[in-house]
Design a protein around this ligand. Sequence first.
Ligand code: ADE
Length: 214
Amino acid sequence: MKIQVITLFPEMFEGVLNSSMMWKAQERAGVQFELIDLRQFGIGPRKQVDVPPYGGGDGMLMRPEPVFAAIEHAKKMDPKARVLLPTPRGKLYKQSDAKRLAGDESGLIIFCPRYEGYDERITKWVDEQICIGNYVLTGGELPAMTIIDSVVRLLPGVLGGEQSAAIESFQDDDKMIEFPQYTRPEEFEGMKVPDVLLSGHHAEIEKWRKENKR
Ligand code: ADE
């Protein structure tokens, strides 16, 4: 799977893409990341990408031509890729979306808006508008990282334990089904690990875990 990100701030992705999970994704699951600097598609000697909105209003909007050119560039690399636009006006992103995107053969092109927004005509080249939560962030970069992380970890070979992705929280949208877990030491600050987990009794442990899912 090829994941291309169109952004004015490629450096924001360095930490995330250099994490061990993303390395595994590249080595074990054949994921390819491409950061596309939107500035290089900017207009004129100053490589302009933003302009004031028609009709007045605060701030600047991203003009459509550089975004179109960047998406065209990305599409040349991966013609079947789905184009995603993180926006608070999008559809609320859920685990089922991560699964769908991970299960789909096609790559992803994620355009990260900045400033006060974008010219609406940009949406013509977008397949999905995605909101990651009911709050407003400064740009599309953090939502893009969230989407990438949630999709990539579901690709076969990326997570350590084969079962980890299947048994964890949010297996079904909105339903928390993970049980509490404990590790060493057996007692910490007066708090003890439940006896059943130390018992070695697998049936009892399963029962306890089922009863304590939340
Ligand atoms: N851009 C700003 N806020 C956002 C959100 N909550 N989801 C997706 N994109 C955004």
